[in-house]
Design a protein around this ligand. Sequence first.
Ligand code: ADP
Ligand code: MG
Length: 229
Amino acid sequence: MNAPAGSLLSADQLRKAYGPTVALDGAAFSIHSGEVVAVMGPSGSGKSTLLHCLAGIVPPDSGSITYDGRELATMSDAERSALRRSDFGFVFQFGQLVPELTCVENVALPLRLNGTSRKQAERAALGWMERLEVDDLKGKRPGEVSGGQGQRVAVARALVTEPRVLFADEPTGALDSLNGERVMVLLTDAARSTNAAVVLVTHEARVAAYSDREIVVRDGRSRDMERAV
Ligand SMILES: Nc1ncnc2c1ncn2[C@@H]1O[C@H](COP(=O)(O)OP(=O)(O)O)[C@@H](O)[C@H]1O
Ligand SMILES: [Mg+2]
């Protein structure tokens, strides 16, 4: 049950059922700072459930999750949500940008919610938009940009607080392969530059190829995958 040495986030013996459906059945996971770990597996195998448990969004029925030396289950809901705001960033399949806000306002939003002034938040947001090569879209609304551009804006928003863990669930799932690759290159470069750990859920081998290590989830159980190099 001990966390592997040096790991930032780890889990062991995770079990989660939704009524009769067993989503996780003894899954284990670990990641250290600066590492990109791909969570692979077919649709319905439990990848998103694993991500939601690791991020403290969904409580597992049993098993342990340790982040930075603390067991998530011992924290209150308020402590877990504060942790998500301060230490975690999220990118989902569809950017889930706020349609009424401009792109720069979307990227600045997590900082604004943490109490940063508008001017400072938007300056930081623009810096991240430059790194994701979407700074020219700052005044546009999400409805006016392409899918690939919107995902790069979503990645900038996820990184603007400089999270220690970036959770990405099928971040390129709605993109064509060219745009998907661009998002992955920029996402992994940006995350590596801040030494963030990246939990990358995908069912696509060409997306997983951007990771340092792969684990495969099948029927709610995980195992390390040997990569043929
Ligand atoms: N909120 C939920 N309510 C009921 N069943 C769920 C819920 N979330 C996931 N499941 C079920 O749990 C299993 C694993 O789902 P999920 O973790 O989303 O898999 P994946 O992300 O690999 O496609 C599936 O059978 C799915 O239908
Ligand atoms: Mg999923």
